[in-house]
Ligand binder design. Structure first.
Ligand code: ZN
Length: 277
């Protein structure tokens, strides 16, 4: 077998070759905690795919026959969407000066729910992967309790389990520092939107996009612009390593635990297993 025919087993730190997935057995390994560890080449390719508009329409129709009432039964107006000029929301009075095919990032209004793609170079670099299971359970249960077991973005709850714990990070592109801002409770549907790349891998991209439209009251064009922008930022941020700032975790872990976690965070994820915990 020639070297060109050998399958490639890549991890989150590897650059994905353009022809990745063309050889039988190509595998990409990534994720954290109980998330996906290894995906096939086809699945890896789907990570970067934008949802298919027709599939979005189908997911929308299936999941939201009555979009307004579907918002967790809340009587409140539809969030920031109601602040948009009506004509613009319908795309009818969009100024001609704005190029139509690719909406500029500025065209995306502030929103309740946004996509937060973790840079590929930071996969495994998260609280869930750095603390032991017992500590993670304690942290996430506290987050759930404080949120009243409701999604902090849409007020909804998941059918199988009400909420999940989402780590919120701030990325300083100058210093390449990734700072833990906090942790919030999200319903599974909102959490899926946060990690749209992973949703794509799982074949849930269209479902996630439909939820993004619904929660923000966005038009498909506004959602497209936001998705495009999120993946552009992700690609740029995935080009180099990030230093973790876990100071925000101090309040949530026992005193003696923090130095160990901070030391572990300084070790590149792929070398962590060999060093042990
Ligand atoms: Zn939600």
């Amino acid at each position: 077998m020639r070297p060109d025919d050998l399958p490639r087993h890549l991890s989150e730190d590897d650059e994905l070759p353009d022809d990745f997935g063309t050889r039988p057995g190509d595998t990409l390994t990534f994720g954290s905690g109980s998330y996906i560890r290894a995906v096939s080449a086809n699945e890896a390719h789907r990570f970067m795919q934008r949802p298919d508009p027709e599939a979005v329409a189908r997911a929308w129709a299936a999941s939201a026959p009555q979009p307004v009432e579907a918002l967790g039964g809340q009587s409140a107006p539809r969030g920031l969407g109601r602040l948009l000029p009506t004509g613009w929301r319908r795309g009818a009075r969009q100024p001609a000066a704005i190029p139509a095919p690719i909406p500029s990032p500025a065209a995306v209004p502030a929103a309740r729910l946004t996509i937060e793609l973790v840079p590929a170079t930071s996969w495994y670099h998260n609280v869930r992967a750095l603390v032991d299971e017992q500590t993670w359970d304690r942290i996430r249960r506290k987050v759930y309790r404080q949120a009243g077991y409701r999604c902090e973005l849409c007020g909804g709850r998941g059918p199988a389990h009400p909420v999940e714990c989402h780590e919120v990070w701030r990325y300083d592109d100058q210093t390449r520092t990734q700072t833990l801002v906090g942790m919030i409770a999200l319903c599974p549907a909102c959490h899926q939107v946060k990690h749209l790349g992973l949703a794509n891998v799982r074949g849930k991209g269209a479902e996630a996009r439909a939820h993004l439209l619904r929660v923000n009251g966005w038009t498909p064009e506004q959602a497209d612009a936001h998705i495009e922008q999120a993946f552009q930022v992700w690609e740029r941020r995935s080009q180099g390593p990030w230093t973790l700032d876990l100071d925000g975790l101090r309040a949530d872990v026992l005193g003696g635990e923090y130095p160990r976690i901070a030391r572990l965070a300084a070790i590149p994820p792929e070398r962590r297993d060999t060093i042990g915990s």
